[in-house]
Design a binder for this molecule. Structure first.
Ligand SMILES: Cc1cc2nc3c(=O)[nH]c(=O)nc-3n(C[C@H](O)[C@H](O)[C@H](O)COP(=O)(O)O)c2cc1C
Length: 411
């Protein structure tokens, strides 16, 4: 166990993060949008899926390893892209990438990160994916794609659920902006967190300067004006299928579309060349009153599971949540806040602890379920107390994690 962090689960890491970072930053990470109905449902949905374990199974050799895009990983987890992770800890993106590498899982760097993608590739390494927000000026976004290619990123994760920024009113109240401006509220908040001021903000100021979006080319940075967190990235509301075609032409590696909840959309994305679909509602941060990705997962797996790798995210906090998603047909789960709480609580050690907690919890659930490999998981291990979550076809539709290290989506 990682030393000195008294965190036995992800919620403990959240409590540590709450103490450490200014309230404005904590809320930016922790909260949802508008009335937070989606945020709550993302967690509550897991309670409507229950386990049906098998007994008398020798599980002494159980292993949560899995293969994603032909590469074996130690568990079915990916660190999701989270902009501004670098404000949770000095160079937080490097800490997250290193923790992912140590845990044997992929790390996704966000467009809106405080550390440049080339530095993350040079200094952290591991299996790196790059998340792309398309900007109104597509030429600038395509420049980012070329840089990601040159820096050796293995997958491009294009986020499609952000046609407008979510309505997060607390960000307006808290007064934090990017680029940073000296609002009275933010300054007071920071002064109440002297450890964060000394170990994060001052370290930036004494080394690389005020934290900014380091991936943005100068031309894009010049177009930014300071605004509330979450509203300042250069988004476009004109995203369309032609954009996916254009990316498919310039990106030679795996292409994942992030933020879909409709099976028809998922199928069209695969028709346009996507290798993976991330079923996500952005952690309940964009549209309130939206369905949980877990509610959409079985239908999407049924529709595209044989042609694409299916990821899911939003609301995952426990290894048992991950096992439920795999049993419903996902290939892997992306986690956002779980590792952000970790990195905010203790940098690399905290992020590593978060991943260690998931690994232990997944292994424990596998033992108690009587399951040795993720490939064995399926709806037969579940009792679903919600008809909308039932897989649409009998058996174990769309689950491609197979023994022998090759997933069906690859085959
Ligand atoms: C602070 C924060 C920043 C995020 N920034 C991005 C981003 O820049 N791009 C993106 O595609 N998703 C972003 N997300 C969404 C995550 O990738 C992911 O979908 C979400 O966090 C999953 O829900 P969870 O936090 O409950 O695990 C962000 C999430 C958080 C919490």
């Amino acid at each position: 166990m990682v030393k000195d962090l008294r965190a036995y689960n992800i919620f403990d890491l959240r409590a540590l993060a709450l103490k450490r970072v200014p309230k404005g930053l904590f809320e930016f990470v922790d909260r949802g949008t508008e009335d937070e109905v989606s945020l709550r449902n993302n967690r509550e949905v897991f309670e409507r899926i229950r386990f049906r374990p098998r007994t008398m199974v020798d599980v002494s050799k159980r292993n949560p390893a899995t293969t994603i895009f032909g590469v074996e990983h130690k568990m079915p987890l990916v660190i999701a892209p989270t902009g501004t992770a670098g404000l949770m800890w000095f160079e937080g993106e490097l800490a997250l990438a290193r923790a992912a590498k140590a845990a044997g899982i992929p790390f996704t760097l966000a467009t809106a990160s405080m550390t440049a993608m080339e530095r993350v590739a040079d200094e952290a390494g591991g299996e790196l994916w790059f998340q792309l927000y398309l900007w109104p000026d597509r030429r600038l976004s395509h420049q980012l794609v070329e840089r990601a290619k040159a820096a050796g990123y293995k997958a491009l994760v294009v986020t499609v659920d952000g046609a407008s920024a979510g309505n997060r009113e607390y960000n307006l109240r808290n007064g934090f902006t990017i680029p940073f401006t000296y609002s009275r509220r933010a300054i007071l908040d920071i002064l109440r967190h002297p450890r964060w001021l000394a170990t994060v903000m001052m370290r930036y100021l004494l080394t690389t300067g005020m934290p900014v979006y380091r991936n943005y080319p100068a031309e894009a940075r010049a177009k930014l004006t300071a605004g509330p967190m979450g509203r300042t990235s250069l988004r476009t509301d004109s995203l369309n299928w032609g954009d996916l075609d254009a990316l498919r032409k310039i990106w030679p590696h795996k292409l994942i579309v992030k933020g879909m909840l409709d099976p028809e959309d998922a199928a069209t994305a695969v028709d346009h060349g996507a290798d993976g679909i991330d079923v996500s509602n952005h952690g309940g941060r964009n549209l309130d009153g939206i369905i949980s990705p877990i509610e959409a997962l079985p239908e999407i797996v049924d529709r595209v599971g044989k042609r694409a790798t299916v990821f899911v995210d939003s609301g995952f906090r426990r290894g048992s949540d991950v096992v439920k998603a795999i049993a419903l047909g996902a290939n892997a789960v992306m986690v956002g806040r779980s590792t952000l709480y970790g990195v905010a609580a203790g940098g690399f050690d905290g992020a590593q602890r978060a991943l260690e907690i998931y690994h232990e919890e997944i292994k424990r659930v596998m033992a108690l379920l009587g399951c040795n490999m993720l490939a064995e998981l399926g709806p037969q291990y579940l009792k679903i107390v919600d008809p909308t979550l039932e897989p649409t076809a009998p058996g174990r539709p769309g689950l491609h994690v197979v023994a022998g290290g090759k997933d069906a989506a690859e085959a």
